[in-house]
Design a protein around this ligand. Structure first.
Ligand SMILES: Nc1nc2c(ncn2[C@@H]2O[C@@H]3COP(=O)(O)O[C@H]4[C@@H](O)[C@H](n5cnc6c(=O)[nH]c(N)nc65)O[C@@H]4COP(=O)(O)O[C@H]3[C@H]2O)c(=O)[nH]1
Length: 834
């Protein structure tokens, strides 16, 4: 200020001011530049005074400040201006400018202080708050007490709460943090904490968040604020949860179907818009549903066994191609032509299926998403499928490995039959079951004859082939009836629950016959002979070990006696079995070659002494075995399934004979034929009887069918129907051996019976005043009240006859009248009575 008088004090004040002071004249030349300004710009005042102010400004802003308007705009206010120091560095100054007039001239006085640091901090803050607002993560700033001061836009987007709603609350309350972690959240202001938390948004929806809380301390180290950063990790977490749950299920060895069900359910929990389905693909290329918890069972069942192929829906095609198949419109896509009728009624409009491959790259299953709109997968679905395919492959491979281990551990690799360990275990279980049911069980020990020679002469591969053939044939014979296993070498074992000596002998015989069918091994025709030993539970042993040992001993006896035969462990059974076998084949022969005949025993009416009917009784006379009584051959025929044939023959012969008598005017009112309970399991019996009657010109009333009391206990559902149908033909039903069995009187009432035959054991004991007399009298009374004809059997003497007559017995049969006689004998008997 050289040209003007200025009080020293003012100058001194300006000189000492903390702010830089720059005064410009009207031409923009610097006329005052204090010490603070020197420090600010790095210029000495002698370098600046008298120079244009532009020297102090960055070159790029000089021109902008050149105009008077630009200067006017900032007068009277504080603004930030860019500065350029002598060394070229740039700073920011916070400047206030005022205009003064001295001696008619205008001056501009500027007070400036360095605000570079504040400006930088502010800029940084702006960027930070922009970042904080725009990020998808939620940011919460709390005070030292943990109460919300600020939340960013990400918070509102994530949880639905606006900033105004959130401020003043505790984050743990707002986000419904579980009680266990709420205290930790409240203390977030005091120290760093990190964690993963399941929180809830405004609508109560769960979200998994990763939480990082950073406390902010003042200069004295006291916490003043806390900044919390919350990241939504729901999807990641869901994946993790899915993976962990499935892996845990695998570790717990849960069944495959359960694991697959879990995968579907977890996936549907994460993406409720899909219905997941998992199918297994077998080695033959057929699919088998494993899990589809949200699809109806009938839908999955309809897919069972479907063959994969080039146009087999989404799954069958994906399995066939080995790559994912997306059908976004099931109604139109040709891949679904054969299956859309199953899916569309259920509202399934799109299906995206991916093949599940094992570690060899083979397709072992499919994993599909069904949609109820025409659409494809989104990114989440893609991620879920990627993860699930992995888990499913793991589960399927584990299952395959387990099956393989099971196969190796419990099955014979050569024949595929259960090995010794499995056989023994299953046999013990079967024994326990039959024991509880009070039933029998047979163990057959089978050893091939001359196996070693075959092995030695044809080589081991031929021996192996033979063993496989034997195994297959044993299974064909036994089927579901029992367990077939291979013990070692050429030793096989068959365990037959619910099997007594007769059936065991029959099965042993069938096995020997089946094995003896010639077959070719390594191009050589072979007939396999074997020896079979049989032991029976409970009579030969109580456990598998002793039964096996005894069957083995019996097998050795068979081998030593006759090749290709079977033996029981017990001699008695051997004898009976041999006898039965011989008798059975003789009976077959007799039936086929007319070796049977019928005898007839008259039944006499006691009121007028006329013949009521004749009972046909089967007779078998064998050329070597002699006469075999019906009490032996009838049960045998029942046991070996010949009774139907026998009964048919008896019915036909009895009808033929009666027709013949009628033809020859021999007066026989009716013929009674005995039928066995199994005859009534055949629903064609009534038709066959009807056909016979027709063929011989007889009516239903000419025939009586005698049934035993055992039939009344028969719970085969066919029995009653057949009985009813026989009755409907007009054929009378007669209840044989009345009083010996378990007849409940209600049966008599409910079944279509018209006669009852008082068993001969009552008649034989019949004497005046005896208990038998009281019983027969009671039977007569029952007959009368139920309007049933009573026939007393086995009447041998006059005393019995007199008592029966006195009791009002209507009909009697027995040696007193006649023994059962051949047809001719009966005719003679009838003639003599005339
Ligand atoms: N002690 C003695 N016995 C007498 C007297 N009168 C008759 N009998 C015998 O008593 C049996 C009567 O036949 P059943 O009770 O039906 O008992 C029959 C019947 O249950 C059955 N049976 C006979 N033939 C057939 C048939 O063709 N089919 C069926 N399913 N069973 C038959 O065999 C059983 C035995 O028949 P049979 O040996 O012929 O024995 C006959 C007969 O000879 C007598 O005064 N005293």
């Amino acid at each position: 200020m050289t040209d003007y008088q200025t009080p020293d004090v003012v100058l001194q004040t300006l000189e000492q001011a903390i702010d830089g002071v720059v005064v410009l004249d009207e031409d923009g030349r610097v006329v005052l530049f204090n010490a603070a300004a020197e420090r600010l710009w790095g210029y000495g005042r002698d370098e600046v005074l008298g120079r244009d102010v532009g020297l102090l400004l960055p070159t790029d802003v000089r021109s902008r400040l050149d105009t008077p308007r630009s200067t006017d705009a900032i007068i009277g206010s504080r603004s930030e201006v860019p500065m350029q120091r002598r060394d070229g560095s740039r700073r920011w100054g916070s400047m206030s400018i005022s205009r003064i007039e001295v001696g008619g001239k205008c001056f501009l006085t500027a007070f400036i202080k360095d605000c570079t640091l504040q400006r930088q901090q502010r800029e940084q803050m702006d960027v930070l708050s922009l970042a904080a607002n725009e990020t998808d993560n939620a940011v919460i700033v709390t005070d030292h007490d943990g109460c919300i001061l600020y939340v960013n836009g990400g918070f509102s987007r994530m949880f639905g709460w606006t900033r105004a709603q959130a401020v003043g609350h505790y984050p743990s309350e707002l986000l419904q943090v579980p009680k266990a972690s709420a205290a930790r959240w409240r203390l977030a202001g005091a120290g760093l904490f990190r964690g993963e938390e399941l929180v809830r948004d405004l609508h109560g929806h769960p979200l998994w968040c990763s939480v990082v809380a950073n406390p902010i301390f003042d200069t004295r180290g006291k916490p003043t604020h806390s900044v919390m950063l919350l990241t939504d990790i729901t999807r990641t977490k869901m994946h993790e949860v899915l993976q962990n749950k499935v892996l845990e299920a695998l570790v717990r060895e849960e069944p495959l179907v359960q694991v697959m069900d879990l995968v579907c359910r977890e996936v549907e929990r994460i993406a409720p818009e899909v219905k997941a389905s998992i199918l297994r693909v077998d080695e033959q290329g057929r699919v088998h549903p494993l899990a589809a918890p949200s699809l109806p069972q009938a839908y999955s069942q309809a897919l069972e066994g479907v063959l994969i192929g080039p146009s087999a829906g989404s799954c069958g095609t994906a399995a066939y191609r080995g790559e994912p198949v997306l059908v976004s419109d099931i109604a139109r896509d040709p891949l679904w032509a054969d299956y859309r009728h199953l899916a569309l009624p259920l509202g399934l409009l799109a299906c995206w299926s991916s093949p599940i491959k094992n570690s060899d790259g083979r397709v072992v299953g499919t994993f599909a998403f069904y949609y109820q709109q025409c659409r494809g997968p989104d990114e989440l679905h893609q991620r879920l499928v990627d993860l699930s395919l992995h888990l499913c492959a793991l589960a399927l491979e584990r299952e395959a490995a387990r099956a393989h281990i099971r196969q190796l551990a419990f099955y014979d690799t050569l024949t595929g039959l259960p090995n010794r360990a499995l056989l023994l275990a299953e046999a013990e279980q079967a024994i326990a079951r039959v024991e509880a049911e009070d039933a029998e069980l047979a163990v057959l020990f089978i050893d091939l004859d001359r196996f070693k020679q075959i092995n030695d002469s044809l080589g081991h591969p031929a021996g192996d082939e033979l063993l496989r053939v034997v195994a297959a044939r044993l299974q064909e014979v036994v089927r579901e009836q029992g367990i077939v296993g291979r013990l070692s070498g050429d030793e096989f074992v068959v365990v037959l629950p619910h099997c007594g000596s007769l059936l065991a002998a029959q099965i042993a015989e069938r096995i020997l016959q089946r094995l003896a069918i010639p077959h070719s091994v390594s191009g050589v025709g072979l007939i396999t002979l074997a020896s079979v030993g049989i032991s029976l539970f409970p009579c030969n042993g109580q456990d598998m070990e002793s039964l096996l040992h005894r069957a083995d001993m019996a097998m050795y006896q068979a081998k030593n006696s006759e090749r290709g035969s079977f033996r029981f462990f017990s001699e008695e059974m051997n004898r009976r079995a041999q006898e039965r076998m011989a008798l059975e084949s003789a009976l077959r022969e007799a039936l086929a070659n007319g070796g049977l005949s019928l005898h007839y025993q008259p039944q006499v009416r006691l009121d007028d002494d006329r013949v009521h009917a004749v009972e046909a009784l089967a007779r078998w006379h064998h050329p070597w075995l002699g006469t075999i009584p019906p009490n032996r051959f009838i049960p045998l025929a029942e046991e070996c399934g010949l009774i139907g044939e026998l009964s048919q023959w008896v019915l036909a012969e009895a009808c033929r004979q009666l027709a013949d008598w009628r033809h020859r005017a021999i007066d026989v009112p009716a013929v009674a034929v005995n039928l066995s309970p199994p005859d009534f399991h055949d629903p064609t019996l009534p038709q066959r009887i009807q056909a016979l009657l027709q063929r011989h010109g007889l009516s239903g009333a000419d025939l009586v069918v005698e049934i035993t009391e055992g039939l009344l206990l028969d719970n085969n559902p066919l029995t009653r129907d057949t009985l009813g149908a026989v009755d409907a033909l007009g054929v009378r039903l007669s209840l044989d051996d009345f009083g010996t069995g378990y007849s409940s009187l209600s049966y008599l009432h409910h079944l279509p019976i018209s006669e009852m035959k008082l068993d001969r054991s009552f008649v034989s004991d019949l004497r005046a005043g005896s208990a038998a007399e009281a019983l027969t009298r009671a039977v007569m009374n029952i007959g009368r009240s139920l309007e049933l004809m009573v026939i007393a059997e086995g009447v041998e003497d006059e005393q019995q006859l007199a008592l029966l007559r006195e009791q009002g017995c209507p009909v009697a049969q027995g040696y007193l009248f006649s023994r059962p006689l051949p047809a001719g004998g009966l005719e003679e008997w009838l003639r003599q009575r005339r």
